[in-house]
Design a protein around this ligand. Structure first.
Ligand SMILES: [Zn+2]
Length: 253
């Protein structure tokens, strides 16, 4: 191509780009769909199982963290979170306001065996670096002695969620640490579970992130036997409560 022909081709192309750009300016602004969830591996359990998290919404600090089955013998929260995942997939635009991170199985080794502790016999919800940590064979040699608690601690310190919800069984109430009373009262008003302060346990997630860091930490204690329900039945029972805790509109059909 000669220099002249090259130059005129360049002019034609530039003009075409300009026309397209002007057309784009004139058209109505189209809201881009929210990005799909991102699977993040927060860490690895003692036995090498991944601790998966699903991140929805914008990739910015803050937002909410919802985790289940930090006690592997209290597994009903896991199918409930799978159902929440499906609700988010049905209308992702409702969940695009802030990041929502779901950790369906915080203690994969304990969940695989349906036991409370991790594979080393440590209660992960007594292994956080709270001032009230108590060394014992059950709580660990020191705070964060376990890879699973370290993975959660790292995520919380890095991402600074504004709210943490941890799902347990079978005490049938909504417990909280840190400044969560107003949120809990609103959710308890829906009638599925009453608000009840159980008190800070040594080295618990609530004692560390809630009482110490000042992040509202809500412990959603489902009922005994809930692990026998289908995920749909669990969502029917607790979906509205979960949505109220996350300050979302009630789930739609
Ligand atoms: Zn528990």
């Amino acid at each position: 191509m000669t220099t002249g022909r090259f130059a005129s081709s360049l002019v034609r192309r530039s003009a075409a780009v300009l026309v397209l750009a002007l057309a784009a300016c004139r058209s109505e602004p189209v809201e881009s769909p929210p990005p799909p969830p991102v699977r993040v591996v927060l860490g690895t359990s003692v036995e090498g199982r991944p601790i998966d998290a699903l991140r929805h919404g914008p990739d910015v600090p803050g937002g909410v963290l919802v985790l289940a089955s930090i006690h592997g013998s209290e597994p009903a929260g896991t199918p409930l979170l799978r159902e929440l995942e499906r609700a988010i997939a049905r209308r992702p635009e409702s969940f695009a306001r802030e990041p929502i991170t779901l950790v369906p199985i915080a203690n994969p080794d304990g969940y695989a065996r349906r036991v409370r502790t991790n594979a080393r016999g440590i209660d992960l919800n007594r292994n956080f670096p709270a001032g009230n940590f108590e060394t014992s064979v059950r709580n660990g040699d020191g705070p964060l002695s376990e890879p699973e608690s370290r993975a959660l601690e790292r995520f919380i310190v890095t991402h600074r969620p504004r709210l943490i919800v941890s799902i347990h069984q079978p005490l049938s109430c909504i417990d909280w640490d840190g400044p969560a009373e107003a949120i809990v009262e609103r959710a308890a008003g829906l009638g599925a579970l009453p608000a009840k302060r159980l008190g800070g346990r040594p080295g618990s997630l609530g004692s560390w992130a809630g009482a110490q860091l000042g992040v509202p930490v809500i412990t959603l204690e489902l009922r005994a036997g809930d692990e026998l329900l289908s995920s749909g039945a669990l969502f029917e029972r607790y979906g509205a409560t979960l949505f109220a805790l996350l300050s979302l509109d009630p789930p739609s059909e």
